[in-house]
Design a protein around this ligand. Structure first.
Ligand code: PEP
Ligand code: MG
Length: 595
């Protein structure tokens, strides 16, 4: 039983957010980057810039005070000779390049104070490294030392990285970037909750990949919780309970056990095909961000990888991965998946996939800016390097290449021309590769959906990326909790857009799959069957649930449901129809929960 460590939070304080990764976790809170603080490498909204400058100035002041105290405390005569070191550090704190440089980074690039400071320090280090004089070069250690002090003061004393947590805990944060989430130690972090974020934000997607229960978009949880506050998170329902009473604790323990029991039961679907009662077969594949997720895809019965988000190879490092490094990653992955295919999506940076190491231009509207394939087509060297790595790996198994955010035929042709160029190079170099490698696109912009018939003539397959397609069709930021209520996968506009793409693909005789999060929702499986999908790609952990539904219904059921709901005018009505209809037809799957 947990102790109630926090008397000023009432027992059973109940919060509602978005359950983005299923499962129940019961434990103590580990508060990370409390109240917007300390999130390394993050862009901030314009109105938050003065706050970030102020935080940096406070860190300077704190550092100055600490050093002065340190100096005053030096009483031993022997040490007094070395006090000049502290003076040097105090002088560095006044340095224009450090102070003005950092503030400039905050203001001009809309960076949080930590990222801005990090960039200034990198500049300093570069400068010192280029100095010939050994003595002067060694002064770099002073910069390192003062840099560390400043950073510590910015982050707050004792702040640990997520991979350094030593006790099992639920992480509570204002926001976790994909880079933060990637550092989570799964042994210790049993769940996480955040103030911000939407269902298809990359942090949510990573939580599902890591199979860690998560509730996000709680708005002020990080301000409420103190380190050690007892907490229950229910990633299925999207609820969080602080300071649970003994009764609540018992209730959730039972729910947790029931959930884990169902998970075990679902394992029995692992080796069965996803085939409907009337013989329609669907290939269920895994979406992965990290190569370490391959075993989970296999364990959950995934038939290959339907989406490998390669941008995650570029996170948490100072240099982009070389062609050779990428080649090895892709090759190992296809070899592990043989004979199933691996669909490798080329770099999709920008939007909420902020990769600090790649110098994206500062844009007012990054979701609609130089992102994804637009960025790759501009940074051709990087793009060609990736294409070479993918094509070389294609000699070792079944690889498909997929381009993100294609908005029309011209863009697709540019990509294909580059693939042809790379193939020519490889041929000349006698490097083996699969000359029939399939090339497809994500359909995730409204323009691509509208010209799907034209695009279908240019590619081997479509994969509908509903996460972005919904965002752009409905003009709803996928990561913004304030408009999360408008993010409606079953909006009539989305159903029509998806149908348009499926019909165009079928007419052209190419494969149409879906790899957005919509594919992972078992409630939608009948609709997707009705639309004619033969490939669905999702987080590995979702595969067994979707498979269970597909195996219990017929394609005709799906066609009937689709016909009905295409007549409904609002997302609410479609939702109600789907929920009621499914609960009635399949009470054992969609009926009210047994507990
Ligand atoms: C999508 O947009 O639906 C998708 C699968 O890609 P991502 O979530 O990586 O943007
Ligand atoms: Mg996308």
């Amino acid at each position: 039983m947990m102790d109630s460590v926090n008397s000023n939070i009432p027992a059973d304080t109940f919060l509602v957010g978005l359950g983005v990764s299923p499962g129940i976790s019961i434990g103590e809170s580990f508060v990370y980057n409390r109240a917007r603080r300390g999130i390394v490498d993050r862009r901030v909204p314009t109105q938050q810039i003065p706050e970030e400058v102020e935080r940096f100035r406070r860190a300077l002041e704190d550092s100055r005070n600490q050093l002065r105290e340190l100096k005053a405390g030096v009483t031993s005569a022997r040490l007094r000779d070395h006090v000049y070191i502290i003076d040097t550090h105090l002088l560095i704190l006044e340095d224009e390049m450090l102070v003005d440089g950092t503030i400039e980074h905050i203001e001009q690039h809309r960076l949080n104070a930590e990222s801005a400071l990090k960039r200034t320090l990198d500049k300093f280090r570069e400068f010192f490294d280029s100095i010939e004089d050994e003595y002067l070069r060694d002064r770099r250690s002073d910069i390192d030392s003062i840099g560390e002090r400043l950073m510590r003061n910015l982050l707050g004393e004792g702040q640990k990285n997520l991979n350094e947590i030593e006790r099992k805990a639920v992480v509570v944060a204002h926001q976790l970037s994909p880079a933060d989430t990637m550092q989570i130690n799964r042994e210790m972090v049993t769940g996480f909750v955040t103030d911000v974020g939407g269902r298809t934000s990359h942090t949510a997607i990573l939580a599902r990949s890591l199979e860690i229960p998560a509730v996000i978009g709680l708005e002020n949880v990080s301000a409420l919780v103190r380190p050690g506050t007892p907490i229950i998170i229910d990633g299925n329902a999207g609820t969080v309970i602080l300071n649970p009473s003994p009764e609540t604790f018992k209730e959730y323990l039972a729910k947790k056990q029931a959930f884990e029991y169902l998970e075990k039961e679902l394992e029995s679907y692992r080796d069965l095909p996803a085939e409907t009662a009337d013989g329609h077969v669907v290939a269920l594949r895994g979406n992965i961000e990290l190569t370490q997720e391959i075993p989970a895809v296999i364990a959950h019965g995934g038939e290959g990888v339907g989406l490998f988000r390669t941008e995650f190879l570029f996170l948490n490092r100072s240099e982009p991965p070389s062609e050779e490094e990428q080649f090895k990653v892709y090759r190992d992955m296809v070899q592990k998946m043989i004979p199933a295919p691996v669909t490798i999506r080329t770099l999709d940076v920008g939007g909420d996939k902020f990769v600090p190491e790649i110098n994206l231009t500062d844009e007012a509207n990054p979701a609609m800016g130089l992102r994804a394939v637009r960025f790759s087509l501009k940074e051709r060297r990087l793009f060609k390097q990736q294409l070479r790595a993918i094509l070389r790996a294609s000699a070792f198994g079944c690889i498909r290449i997929m381009f993100p955010m294609i908005s029309g035929v011209a863009e697709m042709r540019q990509c294909r021309a580059l693939v042809d160029e790379v193939c020519g190079e490889l041929l000349r170099e006698n490097q083996p590769f699969d000359e029939d490698v399939e090339i497809g696109i994500m359909v995730e912009t409204p323009s691509a959906a509208l010209v799907a018939d034209l695009l279908a003539e240019e590619v081997d397959f479509f994969s509908i990326g509903t996460n972005d397609l919904i965002q752009y069709c409905l003009a709803v930021d996928r990561g913004n909790e304030h408009v999360a209520y408008l993010y409606e996968p079953l909006h009539p506009a989305i159903l029509r857009a998806v149908k348009l793409v499926c019909d165009a693909g079928r007419r052209a005789g190419i494969r149409v799959g879906m790899c957005g999060e919509m594919a992972a929702e078992p409630l939608y499986s009948p609709i997707l069957l009705g639309l004619g999908f033969t490939e669905l790609s999702m987080n590995a952990a979702c595969i067994p649930r979707v498979k269970r539904v597909i195996r219990q219904i017929s394609r005709q059921d799906g066609i009937d449901v689709l016909e009905q709901l295409l007549k409904l005018p609002t997302a609410q009505e479609v939702n109600r129809f789907v929920e009621e209809n499914m609960a009635r037809r399949f009470p054992d799957i969609f009926g009210p929960p047994a507990i």
